[in-house]
Design a protein around this ligand. Structure first.
Ligand code: SF4
Length: 355
């Protein structure tokens, strides 16, 4: 098991609690035009089905701010309005009933406008996430570090924004501090977590397309979580947001921070392999996606070493010549012809899942 998790302040986002040792929340962001209510609601429903617990939508225009009320009515998970600069959109979002605002008060500038947003957040009892990104770090801070983005600069920017909110008596805060560089992101989260007790939203920004983005997100988010830091995660991928949710859970499962759904493990295959492990592992992953119960399923390439090597798995399949061995905790329980082995394994999984 990992290091003890940092105890952060508990912040409510809709019906969810972030921080304070509560389970880590997986979130994502819609990629539709927010002013297109039907398309946005449809994507949020798909995200809900995939297990997304909080969804964020960009609010870059008056039309998108106006759409929030109707979107909120039609969805079941907390909605976060993502706003840059325009304080009016933040006021409209709060009025529309969103569950959290993501806005950096430093970007609003004018003190009275900041106060108006804070007053609206207080009145509607919604938190504000200060979200610092390496790409949009203030010029003034960059200049202090010779024009470069540094972890220290990111932390400085976050602290400035937090102080503005605290100065207005607002403490319902969540913080993120993301960079495109994985080591810089890890360092920034380490630094900020030693300075504040607000819940931290963790992610690597602009991670890239699935594949490389998956690796960068897993390395960054995994390293931060391994340090006991992080209360909610978002995997940012240049891909379908459903993939972000799936990967978010896979990272939490890999770090043993959640035990949710089926984990398919499989051997790398070698010269002893008797079955198409790659195809089988993919098929079983697909067919077990809807199972919520934690189960480890192993797909192993040979009958000699397979069951023993995967003895930790709850259930598994090892291929032999023309046959498949179904095993539970390392012990073979059934031997079936190759053509029947997938269904036999699925039968075992289903019987364990409904127990
Ligand atoms: Fe090779 Fe068998 Fe090990 Fe798979 S389980 S890597 S086929 S020895």
């Amino acid at each position: 098991m990992l290091t003890t998790r940092d105890k952060t302040k508990v912040i409510k986002v809709g019906g969810l609690k972030l921080g304070g040792g509560n389970p880590i929340v997986v979130q994502s962001m819609t990629k539709t035009d927010t002013s297109n209510i039907d398309a946005t609601v449809k994507q949020i429903h798909e995200l809900e089905k995939a297990g997304c617990q909080i969804v964020r939508s960009a609010v870059p225009s008056r039309e998108s701010a106006q759409a929030l009320k109707e979107i909120k009515k039609q969805i079941n998970i907390p909605l976060v309005a993502d706003i840059h600069f325009n304080h009016e959109y933040a006021l409209m979002a709060a009025e529309a009933g969103v569950d959290k605002l993501r806005i950096n008060p430093g970007n609003i500038g004018d003190k009275e406008k900041i106060r108006a947003v804070v007053d609206a957040a207080k009145a509607h009892k919604i938190p504000i996430r200060v979200g610092v990104n390496s790409g949009s770090l203030e010029k003034k801070i960059r200049a202090r570090y010779h024009g470069h983005v540094t972890a220290e600069g990111l932390v400085k920017s976050a602290m400035n924004n937090i102080k503005i909110l605290e100065g207005l008596g607002f403490n319902d805060i969540v913080v993120s501090i993301k960079a495109t560089s994985v080591p810089m992101t890890v360092k920034a989260y380490e630094m900020i977590s030693s300075k504040i007790a607000y819940p931290l939203h963790v992610g690597v920004t602009e991670a890239g397309v699935a594949g490389i983005g998956t690796i960068r997100s897993a390395a960054g988010i995994g390293a931060i979580l391994a340090r006991g830091i992080g209360d909610t995660i978002r995997v940012s991928l240049t891909d379908n947001p459903l993939e972000e949710v799936r990967l978010g859970y896979e990272i939490l499962k890999a770090m043993e921070l959640t035990f949710h759904g089926v984990t398919v493990i499989s051997c790398p295959t070698c010269g002893r392999t008797d079955i198409d492990v790659i195809k089988l592992a993919r098929e079983i992953m697909e067919r077990t996606r809807r199972i919520k119960q934690p189960l480890t399923v192993a797909i192993m390439g040979c009958e000699v070493n397979g069951p023993g090597e995967a003895a930790d798995a709850d259930v598994g399949l090892a291929g032999g010549r023309g046959v498949g061995l179904i095993f539970r905790e390392g012990q073979v329980v059934r031997k079936v012809p190759e053509i029947e082995m997938v269904e036999a394994l699925m039968d075992e999984i289903e019987s364990m899942a409904i127990k």
